[in-house]
Design a protein around this ligand. Structure first.
Ligand SMILES: Nc1ncnc2c1ncn2[C@@H]1O[C@H](COP(=O)(O)OP(=O)(O)O)[C@@H](O)[C@H]1O
Ligand code: SF4
Ligand SMILES: [Mg+2]
Length: 319
């Protein structure tokens, strides 16, 4: 089955210029990433801060241009689209950010904020139509319509994220890319937003790419999981019952298995140093932190090999 979203060999190299007298350096924030998101599925992307999750999200929506690779949405090659076509396509694939208000003018009322996507697309509403559209969107995300005339600073974090979700849904997208949508919320509010996302997925037949640093949350919410480390996918779990085979995923699971959800939100720091992405050692990038590292691991970079049932792992000694 081909995916609603198909990502093939996607890479993004960043070059940092360090002044006239020092050589510039480069690193791959996303390194040869491939995966499919079938229609109606919830695919999770998990990994520590800095592993390339947000860069991957921005590449998929073509908010930044890749160094190489391909992204197909509903069979269309996104990188071949002209800006006008890309703008039209963006209505079908939307992003929800950790801080939805970083992109919104604080002088907008809530009603204006949820209507803005239509204006960006060039749709003009009569006043009554704008009010009706805003009301329907607020109701869809479980917000009181009395908030329509409020301003962002008057809302709680959870309410703001509901507005962010309403904006993302305004143009009736098929795919939502959710970049840590609950990471800055309290645990109880996080649970409410997750419930809302589940309900919206069922009602609107949405497909999600859900990004998080919290493997326990991803395992709860998603149908399949991609684990990233320093720009690469190191494991792809075809379902959340599949036992993890990569030592990094297993360490993440250990550090997130914490019965108290308040403690569980942060990945406990793993032992060992993360190598600099500008200066990766030869071999496996996880070797310095891996309890199973062998001589071979320090010489030969493991490639993601696909085993039965779509369970892929990039490791010389998988469990
Ligand atoms: N515009 C940019 N220019 C240079 N480096 C960047 C840029 N955006 C991200 N990076 C680097 O790419 C790596 C991945 O970042 P990011 O995708 O934000 O990770 P994550 O979302 O997993 O925390 C980091 O090392 C980050 O510093
Ligand atoms: S390849 Fe070696 S160092 Fe890398 S995760 Fe597997 S066992 Fe550990
Ligand atoms: Mg990020």
């Amino acid at each position: 089955m081909s995916g609603l979203l198909e990502v093939q060999g996607l890479s993004k190299q960043f070059v940092s210029h360090r002044g006239p007298f020092r050589p510039s350096r480069s690193m791959y924030a996303v390194n040869n990433v491939s995966f499919d998101v079938p229609k109606g599925r919830v695919v999770g992307v998990v990994g520590e801060s800095g592993c390339g999750k947000s860069t991957l999200a921005r590449l998929i929506l073509r908010l930044i241009e890749p160094s190489s690779g391909a992204v197909r949405f509903d069979g269309l090659d996104l990188l071949a689209q002209r800006p006008s076509e890309m703008r039209r396509l963006r209505a079908h694939m939307q992003m929800v950010f950790q801080d939805p208000y970083s992109a919104i003018d604080p002088r907008y009322t809530i009603a204006e904020a949820v209507i803005e996507p239509f204006q960006i697309q060039g749709t003009r509403f009569a006043a009554a139509e704008a009010t009706a559209t805003a009301t329907a969107l607020l109701e869809m995300v479980g917000l009181s319509t009395q908030l329509a005339t409020s301003y962002p600073h008057q809302l709680s974090g959870g309410q703001k994220q509901r507005v962010g979700i309403a904006r993302a849904l305004a143009l009736k997208p098929a795919l939502l890319v959710l970049d840590e949508p609950t990471a800055s919320l309290d645990v109880s509010v996080q649970a409410q937003i997750i419930n809302l996302l589940e309900q919206l997925r069922d009602e609107l037949k949405l497909t999600y790419l859900f990004i998080s640093h919290d493997l326990a949350l991803v395992k709860y919410f998603c149908d399949e999981v991609l684990v990233m480390y320093l720009g690469r996918v190191v494991e792809a779990l075809p379902n959340t019952d599949a036992p993890a085979r990569h030592p990094y995923t297993r360490t993440l699971l250990d550090s997130t298995f914490e019965p108290d959800p308040k403690q569980r939100r942060q990945i406990a720091p793993l032992a060992g140093e993360v190598p600099s992405p500008f200066d990766l050692p030869p071999g496996c990038a996880f070797a310095e932190r891996c309890p199973l590292a062998s001589e071979r691991c320090r010489i030969e970079t493991p490639i993601l090999s696909n085993a039965d049932g779509g369970h892929a792992v990039a490791c010389h000694h998988p469990a």
